[in-house]
Design a protein. Structure first.
Length: 140
């Protein structure tokens, strides 16, 4: 009998394709993250700005969101605040992925409801492990 252990270099795959909403204005970052998340087995919808944020949530019904804080039309802090004011949305885990590296930025995002905070550039494996952790330990 042969047993194959999870190789740290392999992508993790959920049993069911989880939906992730990615909000990132930078084209290359958005494409890289979207492609990598899709490769890892997630169903990904991406936005380059916040204008369609709530209509996309309503239509796509994400299980988790990845949010950049600096968007061309609205700041991510405002979106975090608005999400927390909606009981049906406030249970969706939000992971912030931002170039804002100051501790004050991280503390503000976490106080507004983000469950984790990553500073760009990020390690994709760490992000995937965090996403899987959220899916494992967060009950909606």
């Amino acid at each position: 009998m042969t047993v194959k252990l999870l190789n740290r270099d392999q992508p993790l795959r959920s049993h069911k394709a989880r939906r992730i909403l990615l909000v990132e204005d930078h084209y290359l970052n958005r494409m890289l993250l979207s492609d990598y998340l899709s490769y890892c087995g997630y169903d990904v919808q991406s936005l380059s700005e916040g204008a369609a944020f709530f209509s996309t949530i309503e239509r796509f019904k994400p299980d988790l969101m990845l949010l950049d804080l600096k968007l061309p039309d609205i700041d991510g802090y405002s979106l975090l605040k608005q999400v927390q004011q909606k009981p049906d949305l406030s249970k969706i885990p939000i992971i912030v992925v931002s170039a804002f590296a100051f501790k004050a930025d991280q503390e503000k995002a976490l106080s507004l409801g983000a469950c984790r905070y990553f500073v760009k550039p990020l390690k994709l494996k760490d992000l995937i492990l965090t996403i899987e952790e959220q899916f494992t330990f967060c009950h909606r």
